[in-house]
Structures are given as structure tokens and as C-alpha cells.
Design a protein around this ligand. Structure first.
Ligand SMILES: NC(=O)c1ccc[n+]([C@@H]2O[C@H](COP(=O)([O-])OP(=O)(O)OC[C@H]3O[C@@H](n4cnc5c(N)ncnc54)[C@H](O)[C@@H]3O)[C@@H](O)[C@H]2O)c1
Ligand SMILES: O=C(O)C[C@H](O)C(=O)O
Length: 327
């Protein structure tokens, strides 16, 4: 059995993400959990003629939803409205993510956990601290999905240079998933030399791509369809590496750096950060290695210098939400 659970499956991301995951032949059981309308979404998707069996689980059915899961994807929680930062979502989403992580610890402690709910820079530490509290934390298996930053980068650079094929140009994006913490390494794109003006425009657009969508949706939420695409892409990498037997798969993702202490110890000592988005190579057990940071340009180093203090604040806020809690 390869059971994939989507928590928040009836939402703006959850529905198209579940649809995309229903296409995977690697999934045998698709479990849709939400506090509203999970049964309806499940009934709808269950008619699609692919291999997986689909089940919907409502508010009081979290344990059955998660039991025996291979992978749990979490897009549950509230999205931004214009004028809000991702950190403004912490007040509501921190508790939602904590409760879902408690469910993971109880029902599928060795599952891969893929976090979409914002603020990702803080919600990933929340998941890790809950799993630690229960003695089931494996840093090779918990991920913040920052793939949308990678997807946007590929697309936006192709708009500046039409000779770039966005589908086959992967941009490494390091740091975190919000504003200045998003650091695209455009210097790494083979054969590319952007002007300073192009770099400024591209970097700003990648860092604030989420705001572009929030503004355009004008109060009706944030990115859902592009996020579902990015979320399915990342989930499929996990499935291909862990059960599909594929090797050498690499994606940028936000992780706990103890997943590969050897490759990250110098960086951890220098910055004090325990979490960071970086290129990761996947194997049968999840993270097989964190790819060492390449030599970055002075421009990228100054972006990184700006990202580090903000990341530190976000990480501490998420981790202490659990470690300082008396519940
Ligand atoms: N990581 C990223 O790149 C990225 C991209 C886009 C959006 N997001 C984030 O994803 C989250 C969801 O966005 P959306 O547009 O799908 O929002 P949405 O409001 O459309 O959907 C959220 C869903 O979560 C459900 N939900 C709420 N509390 C729950 C709980 N306790 N258990 C299970 N389900 C619960 C809601 O019922 C709803 O169906 C937001 O926090 C948003 O900021 C992240
Ligand atoms: O911008 C948001 O709030 C949603 C998401 O994190 C995004 O990058 O689109």
C-alpha cells in the first residue's frame, strides 16, 4: 500500500493537488482530509479511472485519514489577503499545523511530511518539534515545499530570455519561502549572464511572486493552481525516489539541516540556522544528501546576508511555539 494523505484537501490548493496526485500510478490510496467537504471532493475524484482508491475524511476522522500513510501533504490553513505578510498567518495556521503533526506522530510516525501551509519558514520547525516531542523525528523526512519559487524562477527567466525553455531550466532557490528569505541563484543558470538591472527585476519578482497573485486575486486568496502544480511535482519526486526506484533526483526544498550534518556543519556554525532551503538529493529513505552550496556571486551573497536574520526569527518563532508550550 502506498497511501498519500492531503490535509486541507477541499481547499483552493487541496482540490487541484489531489486531482494531480490522482494521476499517479505510484499511489494506491489517496486519503483526503478536511474539516469541510472532504466527502464531496473524494466522491468526485473517486470516479477518475486511475489506480488509486480515494477516501474522504471529515473533522473527527483524522486518525483514520492518516493511519499507515507513506506521505502526508499539508496545504491546510488560511491564505493571505492583500496587505498581509505570510507571518500574519502564523496566529491561525501554527495551531492547525501543530494538530496535524500530532496526528502524524500518532498514526504514521515514519511518513514523509510535506508542508505547504504558510508561513513555511515557521510551520516546518513546528512539525519537526512536534515529532521530536513524540520521539519520532527523522530530519530526512520533513520538507517545506518551496517548489513554487523554483517553478516561478524558471518561468520568469524565460520571459527575460526567450531562448530559455522554462520546463527544462531548473533554478536553485535557497533560503526560505517569504520575501527577502527567497534567494534565487540566477548565476547558476548555465550560459546565462543577466545585467544588474535584469537581476534586480528578476530577483524582486521571484521574491514577491506570491504577492503578485494575492494582489490579482484581490481578497479571494493566494496562489492555488500554480501551487498545486508545484506541490504535485515535489510529491512525485518523493514518490519516485522512495518507491519508484529513481536515483539522482534533486529539488530545492526547505529542510532541517541535521538531515545531512556532514554537508551542512560549516554553514550551520557560520549562520546559526537549523533550517534552510537548498538543493537536496533524494533516495529511498528521503534525503540522501544536501547538496553543498555552490560558489555564489557577491550579489547573491548580499541577498543571503539579508535573508539570514529574518529566517532566524521565523525559525525561532515556529520552534518555540512548541517548545515553550505547556500543552
Ligand atoms: N508553500 C507555498 O509555496 C504556498 C503557496 C500557496 C499557498 N500556500 C499556503 O497554503 C495554505 C492553503 O492555501 P489555500 O489557498 O488552499 O487556502 P484555502 O482556504 O482555499 O484552503 C485551505 C483548506 O484547509 C482547510 N482546513 C482548515 N483548517 C483545517 C484543519 N485543521 N484540518 C484540515 N483542513 C483544514 C480548510 O477547510 C480549507 O479547505 C495557506 O496557508 C497558504 O498561505 C503556500
Ligand atoms: O504568497 C502567498 O501567500 C502564497 C504562497 O506562499 C506563494 O508564494 O504564492
Amino acid at each position: 500500500m502506498v497511501k498519500v494523505v492531503v490535509c486541507g484537501a477541499a481547499g483552493g490548493i487541496g482540490q487541484p493537488l489531489s486531482l494531480l496526485l490522482k494521476q499517479s500510478d505510484l499511489v494506491t490510496d489517496l486519503s483526503l482530509y478536511d474539516v469541510v467537504n472532504a466527502a464531496g471532493v473524494a466522491a468526485d475524484l473517486s470516479h477518475i479511472n486511475t489506480k488509486s482508491t480515494v477516501r474522504g475524511h471529515g473533522r473527527d476522522d483524522i486518525d483514520a485519514a492518516l493511519a499507515g500513510a507513506h506521505t502526508v501533504v499539508i496545504p491546510a490553513g488560511v491564505p493571505r489577503k492583500p496587505g498581509m505578510t505570510r507571518d500574519d498567518l502564523f496566529k491561525i495556521n501554527a495551531g492547525i499545523v501543530r494538530d496535524l503533526a500530532e496526528g502524524v506522530a500518532r498514526n504514521c510516525p515514519s511518513a514523509f511530511v510535506l508542508v505547504i501551509s504558510n508561513p513555511v519558514n515557521s510551520t516546518v520547525p513546528i512539525v519537526c518539534e512536534v515529532l521530536k516531542k513524540h520521539g519520532v523525528f527523522n530530519p530526512k523526512k520533513v520538507f517545506g515545499i518551496s517548489t513554487l519559487d523554483v517553478v516561478r524562477s524558471s518561468r520568469f527567466v524565460s520571459e527575460v530570455d526567450p531562448s530559455i525553455d522554462p520546463k527544462n531550466t531548473r533554478v536553485t532557490v535557497i533560503g526560505g519561502h517569504s520575501g527577502v528569505t527567497i534567494v534565487p541563484l540566477l548565476s547558476q543558470i548555465h550560459g546565462q549572464a543577466f545585467t544588474k538591472e535584469q537581476l534586480d527585476t528578476l530577483t524582486h519578482r521571484i521574491q514577491y511572486g506570491g504577492d503578485e497573485v494575492v494582489k490579482a486575486k484581490d481578497g479571494a486568496g493566494s496562489a492555488t493552481l500554480s501551487m498545486a502544480y508545484a506541490g504535485a511535482r515535489f510529491t512525485n519526486v518523493i514518490l519516485e525516489a522512495t518507491i519508484g526506484g529513481k536515483t539522482g533526483l534533486i529539488e530545492s526544498t526547505y529542510v532541517n539541516l541535521l538531515a545531512d550534518p556532514e554537508s551542512t556543519s560549516v554553514f550551520r556554525t557560520k549562520t546559526g540556522l537549523d533550517y534552510f532551503a537548498q538543493d537536496v538529493e533524494f533516495g529511498p529513505e528521503g534525503i540522501s544528501r544536501i547538496v553543498p552550496l555552490p560558489v555564489i556571486s557577491d550579489y547573491e551573497q548580499s541577498l543571503l546576508n539579508e535573508a539570514i536574520p529574518e529566517l532566524m526569527t521565523n525559525i525561532t518563532k515556529g520552534a518555540s511555539f512548541i517548545t515553550d508550550s505547556t500543552i
